[in-house]
Structure formats: C-alpha cells, structure tokens
Design a protein around this ligand. Sequence first.
Ligand code: AMP
Length: 138
Amino acid sequence: MEKTIFEKIIDREIPASIVYEDDNFLAFLDIKPKKLGHILVITKKPYRNFLSTEDEVLGEYFSVVKKVANAVKNSLKADGINIVINNEPAANQEVFHTHTHIIPRFVNDNLDLSPGTHEEYSNPEQMEEYKEKIISAL
Ligand code: AMP
C-alpha cells in the first residue's frame, strides 16, 4: 500500500520540523497551521485514525499529547490549547494515519477551526524559531 505523507516523515523521506520523537510517537509542526505553533502528534504505527488505534497504545500516546500540549502552551505563552482529532472525511480527516492536532489559542484570537483557513509562517526561519521554542519547553 502507498505510504501516507506521515509515514514518509517518519522514514525521513520528506522533511518536517520535528519537536519530539520516541520509539512509538513523533510530533512536528503542521505546515498549514491554524495558529503558528500548531503541532501534530502521530503514532509511528500506521493506524488509519484514532478510532482504529489499539487501546494498548492510547495511554502512552495521550501522555505524549499532553506533554507536547503543555510545552506549546508554556513556550508560546498561549492562553489555551485546542486538542482536535478528525476521523474520516466527513469529519475533515485528510491524512489517514493517526494524528492529534495541538493548536495554541489566545484570548479573543477569533480562530476559525473550519477547514480551508490557516496561517502561514513568514519564512523558514520563523518556523525554525517556533520549533526551537517548543523543544526548549519539553
Ligand atoms: P487532518 O485534516 O486531521 O487529516 O489533518 C492533516 C494535517 O496534516 C493538516 O493540518 C495538514 O496541514 C497537515 N499536513 C499535511 N502534510 C503535511 C506535512 N508534510 N508536514 C506537516 N503537516 C502536514
């Protein structure tokens, strides 16, 4: 079966701004961030989505999600965090490999979480700055 884009990131076939990695999970900056600093935490094992992810994996997975979410919140001085999991196209899932979105939120940021809208890093250096800030809080 054709690899998903996330398997290619795991296998280092395409680049990503990785902030966290262990034997089972990987976290990196989303290239179309809802807010700058938006992170995806993925399982290394390629489940189609959260609904088909084995129960045995979820405890450790959500510990990593929590750890990264706190690092995003602290390093970016966010007021809050959205943790979002899309399952199946009807629910806006585009990449069929288990992932959780961690989105920093700020009071009155008026963020629209509907599909199609996102922010842009002004240049690769800015993306690198966000990556380094988050890493330093982990
Ligand atoms: P979903 O709609 O929940 O399946 O989210 C998939 C996410 O993957 C989207 O937010 C995309 O912007 C993100 N994405 C797709 N390709 C890449 C990539 N190469 N590097 C980082 N994020 C990506």
